[in-house]
Design a protein around this ligand. Structure first.
Ligand code: ZN
Length: 290
């Protein structure tokens, strides 16, 4: 089954829900970066969140960067998404790992760290990008994002992000959901949602049991008579190209390229997101200066 996201709204129009499956997307990220189980979970949760946030943007060229920087061993976690469902990402230290917690769960909060910031940068093609950020709460990512929505956008939400890593360290199941309470929601409905979420199994368990996003939405929030508004495939995709790398080199300026020529006589540029390698000979670098 391909990864995809559905977006739904309840009959009264007060509760908006996104549900994503992202098992293949996270597995591709793991293969590219060689992440440890805990790093796979941290990056996978971030990529899944970015995918759900990314599809809400209007423009085809808009990009959303979801960045987490805590004081744990994994360093920066960068995820970039667009509205076509294409997502890519990387972490500073893919080998960062910690022993599982006593309850058997991967210690994502430990590799990320509790002290630091979460930032969301939206490049909507305007002069300046929109940047919002908040402090981390736990480094578990879902909780940090709930806090972000609360502080930065005054948006009450409930979020679950999950990555289940198999014994051979491949990704067994991954996904997430974001529930947003819209203005006008009744206290009684909020109480019902809290009751549902208290009893709910983690999203990675539901996906591992074979539930589709539609079935997850029905299982969790069916009593609110959800209507599905749209359904969008998502995938891990890097859109780097030789032309784009050339543009980056040119943007460094004439002097910097001359320095590279003097020091190394050539350049090898590696894309952070897909590990694609781009080699430039001395002649090609001279051409770029021209
Ligand atoms: Zn790339």
């Amino acid at each position: 089954m391909r990864d995809y996201i559905i977006r739904g709204i309840d009959k009264k129009g007060n509760i908006r829900v996104f549900v994503a499956t992202s098992t293949q997307m996270v597995e591709k990220a793991r293969k590219i970066h060689g992440t440890s189980p805990t790093a796979s979970a941290a990056l996978g949760r971030s990529l899944t969140a970015a995918a759900m946030l990314g599809i809400t943007m209007k423009g085809e060229k808009d990009t959303l960067t979801f960045k987490i920087k805590g004081d744990g061993p994994i360093g920066n976690i960068i995820s970039v998404a667009n509205n076509k469902g294409e997502v890519k990402g990387y972490v500073d230290n893919p080998y960062a790992d910690l022993p599982s917690r006593s309850n058997g769960k991967l210690d994502v909060g430990g590799v990320v760290g509790k002290n630091g910031q979460l930032a969301i940068i939206k490049d909507l093609g305007l002069k300046d990008p929109y940047i919002g950020y908040t402090n981390l709460v736990s480094g578990e990512i879902a909780e940090d994002l709930v806090h972000y929505f609360h502080i930065s956008e005054q948006q009450p939400s409930a979020i679950n992000l999950g990555v289940l890593v198999d014994k051979d360290i491949s990704i067994r199941a991954a996904g997430g959901y974001i529930l947003q309470l819209l203005p006008g929601v009744e206290d009684e409905d909020i109480d019902r949602i809290e009751g549902i979420l208290k009893k709910a199994k983690p999203i990675s368990t539901l996906i591992d049991q074979g539930l589709t996003p539609e079935e997850v939405m029905e299982t969790l929030f069916g009593e609110f008579e959800m209507e599905i508004l749209d359904r969008k495939p998502i995938e891990y995709k890097c859109n780097c190209s030789r032309e784009k790398i050339e543009e980056v080199l040119i943007s460094l300026g004439k002097e910097e390229i001359q320095n590279i020529i003097v020091e190394d006589e050539k350049a090898e540029i590696v894309c952070h997101f897909c590990n694609g390698k781009y080699n430039f000979s001395k002649e090609e670098l001279i051409n770029l200066i021209d």
